[in-house]
Each structure stands twice: as C-alpha cells, then as structure tokens.
Ligand binder design. Structure first.
Ligand SMILES: Cc1cc2nc3c(=O)[nH]c(=O)nc-3n(C[C@H](O)[C@H](O)[C@H](O)COP(=O)(O)OP(=O)(O)OC[C@H]3O[C@@H](n4cnc5c(N)ncnc54)[C@H](O)[C@@H]3O)c2cc1C
Length: 420
C-alpha cells in the first residue's frame, strides 16, 4: 500500500488535465495536479470568445468527420467518453448547457468561467491536490516514470499524466513543455504547425480595408495545385493589416494542408444571398438611381464605405466615370468581383496566434486504448500535446475531454495493478 499513496500526478490543469484528474480520483487513487499558473484553465477561460464552445452535440460519424487526421486513434477515447457524456458531466456539475448553430454546445450563462469553475469544484470534491508550480521534467529510472521534478524538488508518483497542451496562445501557460518531457521519455514529436489560424495575404488588398468586418459572406478556398475547391462556408470574417481572420477564416485554415505559398486562393462572395441574375438586377437599379453620379459614388447602397474605393480600383473601372456610361461588360466584370473577390494566401500567422496546435507527440507511440506511452512505463498523455487537432465547433475540447478521461482512468487502474 505504500506505493498507492504516491498515486497519480497530472501535469497541466487545463481541459484534459482536470478531466483526467477527476476520473483518476473517482477510481480511489490520490491525485495531484501541477499547474504552473496561479489558477487552472486559463486557456479554457478564453475559449469560444469567453463563452466556451464546450463540445459538439453530434453523432459519432460527425465527430470523426471533423478530425482531419489521425481520427482512428480516438475510437476508444470517444467510446469511453463521447460528447453526450461531456454534456452529462457539466449538467451534473451544475452548468446548464444549450445547443446553437452547427450543434455547438455552450453554457446557458455564456460564461466559459462556469466550465472552469465546475471542473475545479469537482476536483476539490474528489479531494484532488493542487500544486501551482511549473514542472521542469519527469523523473525516469530504468525506463519507468517515478515522479516529477520542479524547482529544486522531486516528488515521487506511481504514474504521471502529461496534459500540458500545445504551443498556441503561450500566455495561457501552454508553451510546449510536454514535448520536452515526451522527448526525454523516448518519444518522437511530429513537427508542430498552427491550425485554426489567421491567413496572411500575398498582396496588399486586405491592408487597404483593414478593420473591416463582414458578417454574411460566403468564403471558399481553392487548392490551385489540385484545381479543387477544398472549403466553402458562410459566416463572418475580417480584413486585417496582414490578411484575413474571423471565424470563417479560422475554420478554413484547418483545410490548407500543406501550407505552400501560391497554392491557395480565397474567394469571397460579398453577396451570397443574391444569385448573379438578382445581383445584376440590383446593380442595374442602383445604376439607374445614381446614373448621373461618378461610379465611385454609386455603390453606397450596396457595399460598406470602406470597401468601395479598393473594390473599384480592383475592377479597373475609372472611378470618375459617370454611371450611365458604364458598359455592360464593365458591369458584368464588377458583378464577378462582388461574387468572387479573390485573395491569394502566402502563409499562416505564427503558431502563437493559432487556436490549436497541429502536430505533437507521435500517436503510434501511444496506446490508443489507454493513452499510455509505449516508450516509458507509467507515463500517459492527454489533450493537445498529442498529435491531434480538429475543426472548429467544440471538437478540440471534446478531444481533450475524451483523451483526458481515458488517460485518468487508465492511470488509476495502473496504480491499482501495481499495489495488488
Ligand atoms: C482563443 C482560443 C479559443 C478556443 N476556443 C475553443 C472552443 O470554443 N471550443 C473548443 O473545442 N476548443 C477551443 N479552443 C481550443 C482548446 O482551448 C484547446 O484545444 C484545449 O484547451 C486543449 O486542452 P489541453 O488541456 O490539452 O491544454 P490547455 O488547455 O492548453 O492546458 C494545458 C495546461 O497545462 C499547463 N502547463 C503547461 N506546461 C506546464 C508545466 N510545465 N507545469 C505545469 N503546468 C503546465 C498550462 O498552464 C495549461 O493550464 C480554443 C483555443 C484558443 C486559444
């Protein structure tokens, strides 16, 4: 029984770590969470613009369709703790939930803090200890994890779960420490890349309209190498000094793999509610209304002010041309621009600005049925530190929860087996 007292250490008090800790403690083993910040769940608090899109109310097939790579690895984790379980967990923990567009699940309060507070409250109820220190490394002897190292201290544990997150938004505490721990334990790391990240334009158009936010646009991305449209959706986006951002753009970014300069073209339909015929009728009617004005001054009913001059420049039509002299061909060309304003993409913004990190601890070196390391005994991984990421919609947190639960329960079972 002496060994049992050492219990489970969880490194990282984020979504995956807290869920792992709770499920390990439920199996009756002592659990200690190491979190480098004064408070747990700093990233969780800013998720979903402070509202936390905690999961997706989806079927199994939908879940796996939203994970672009390595989805098979999650079969066991999802079977053990799917999105219905996540919903049940938070409702039982006193956080009523609601389902919004795209099956996105949020707390009714629209407060991400309610999700973090519930996780921490359940941890406390289960007697989990918290140590607010940054772990520096794993104590490994004879190919087995024996504990954690922090400051000048070393603390012994039977098993350790690494749930330190990825590399994005490092101010939240996720600075990639877990990759170092994994490497020291003999693991390979799949190179990290940003995903769900703003896009950098190969040109100057976006800078000319920076700050402009568009609500109801349709955005598509063409992979020029494959000559194929690889993403198409409707929603909200924003122009910035470097290019494009906003929910629609972040979602699109996850499909731009591999990122190569000159390969992807974003096309923005500024008037998706109007087909070409309807839009042409609308243009004709505006042109009739403003027939004696300069072309530049005839578009105020149709477009946001900030967009008019740059679009007219892009169209090549003389801005001072009187509207009644605009030719049919010119009108047609302008219509095409409204239905498909193109922006060439040259890259992603840095990983620090990404919502999620693609890449991480190589999955073939992890047992998908337990989340245990195949390299070092007594070591488990959960959450974004693994080479897993998903599209937007609550799927990334669901990955953290599913892998966290499985790692927590497997780690606790391993502790029991050691003491039998
Ligand atoms: C702005 C933003 C919005 C997002 N919105 C959503 C959303 O609405 N829905 C969704 O599904 N996903 C969202 N995500 C993604 C989601 O937040 C992450 O996928 C998820 O938090 C990953 O959970 P994790 O526990 O693996 O890592 P994290 O939540 O990053 O937690 C890791 C924890 O480990 C701690 N830590 C790291 N190193 C050490 C160390 N050496 N010692 C001790 N502690 C350490 C960190 O301080 C941190 O608290 C969003 C991400 C961002 C950045």
């Amino acid at each position: 029984m002496e060994q049992l007292k050492k219990g489970v250490a969880v490194i990282g008090g984020g979504a995956a770590g807290l869920m792992a800790a709770i499920h390990a403690a439920e199996l009756g083993v002592p659990v200690t969470v190491y979190e480098r910040n004064e408070r747990c769940g700093r990233k969780l608090r800013i998720t979903g613009k402070g509202r936390c899109n905690v999961t997706n109310h989806c079927t199994r097939d939908d879940f796996f369709a939203n994970i672009p790579e390595n989805a098979r690895f999650l079969f066991s984790a999802w079977s053990r703790f799917d999105s219905a379980e996540t919903e049940r967990f938070f409702e039982q923990a006193g956080v009523p939930l609601k389902v919004e567009r795209g099956n996105r699940v949020f707390p009714v309060s629209d407060k991400a803090t309610d999700i973090v507070d519930a996780l921490v409250r359940v941890c406390r109820e289960k007697g989990i200890s918290f140590i607010h220190e940054r772990v520096d490394g794993l104590k490994i002897e004879n190919d087995r994890v024996r504990g954690v190292l922090y400051g000048k201290k070393s603390m012994d544990f039977d098993v350790v779960i690494v749930a330190t997150g990825g590399l994005s938004y490092p101010l939240t505490g996720s600075t990639g420490d877990g990759y170092r721990f994994a490497e020291a334990a003999g693991h390979s790391i799949v190179p990290q890349q940003p995903s769900l990240v703003p896009l950098v334009e190969d040109g100057r158009f976006c800078a000319s309209v920076q700050g402009l936010s568009l609500k109801n646009v349709a955005l598509s991305v063409t992979d020029r190498q494959k000559n194929k449209v690889i993403f198409r959706d409707f929603g909200e986006m924003m122009f910035t000094h470097f290019g494009l951002t906003g929910p629609l753009v972040l979602s699109a970014s996850a499909h731009l793999r591999p990122m190569e300069r000159g390969r992807y073209t974003v096309s923005i339909d500024l008037k998706p509610a109007l087909d070409e015929k309807m839009l042409d009728a609308r243009l004709l009617s505006d042109f009739e209304k403003y027939k004696n004005k300069d072309f530049l001054n005839a578009l105020g009913d149709l477009l946001p002010q900030k967009l008019i001059q740059p679009l007219v420049e892009q169209s090549g039509i003389d801005p001072r041309k009187k509207v009644h002299t605009v030719t049919k061909e010119e009108r047609r060309a302008f219509l095409q621009l409204l239905k498909g304003l193109t922006v060439e993409i040259k890259g992603f913004r840095p990983i620090e600005e990404a919502i999620v990190t693609k890449g991480g601890v190589k999955l073939t070196e992890i047992d998908p049925r337990t989340m245990a390391s195949k390299k070092t005994a007594g070591l488990y991984f959960a959450g974004e530190v693994l080479d897993l990421d998903a599209y937007t919609g609550g799927f990334n947190l669901q990955i953290a929860f599913s892998t966290g639960v499985l790692a927590g329960e497997s780690a606790a079972s391993a502790v029991w087996e050691m003491t039998e």
